[in-house]
Design a protein around this ligand. Sequence first.
Ligand SMILES: [Zn+2]
Length: 232
Amino acid sequence: MFFDPLYFLFTVPALLLALWAQSKVRNTFAKYAKVPTLTGATGWNAAQVLIRSNSLDVKTEQIAGELTDHYDPRSKTVALSQSSIINSVASVAIVAHELGHAMQHREKDPLLTLRSAIVPIVNIGSGLGPWLFMAGTLLGLSHGLGSTLAWLGVAGFGLATIFALITLPVEFDASRRALAMIRENRLLTETEMHGAKQVLDAAALTYVAAAAQSLLTLLYFVLRLNGSRRRD
Ligand SMILES: [Zn+2]
């Protein structure tokens, strides 16, 4: 079971996609982090301009790291990393994307609300999932309890997959809002917008890869359990 070729068939392509997406986002970000904006706007300026022009009730704070930017709906804070507050096309794109999440939050976007609501149960489910699955296989899948535990474990993985899938439209929408806000506020020229879009598309790809990885792992476990049931 632990050296199952089927497992590698399901996980290796997704892993390769994830690695490719990671390197693409890093390279695209590095490329446009070196391109200063013609307006002279920094990521930090962009945040202030977009907060004001959209009358957003959010705070900004600086955090350590690169590409660690995020929006925290509980404290209504946009956390911007050191690499995102400088004067670059990439910084403006990333900052606008995080403010896109702040806009979703203010408008009570249903998918964003759902995603935040399921976080605790997803954490429990994906934490317990592998243990339940293992306990189930140890007890024996022909055994009623063993099979139930294994399926509960798979349901735990399923929650994580649902979370990863809901994340996709939320992220795409935040990037769509970001580009619209950048254009409205003339933070970038049309040529620079192309670079901003590339940065955001590369970032979106990492979420697609994560969702594919989650979905394929789930599918693998479902197939394994179905197969063992048929053999029993
Ligand atoms: Zn995002």
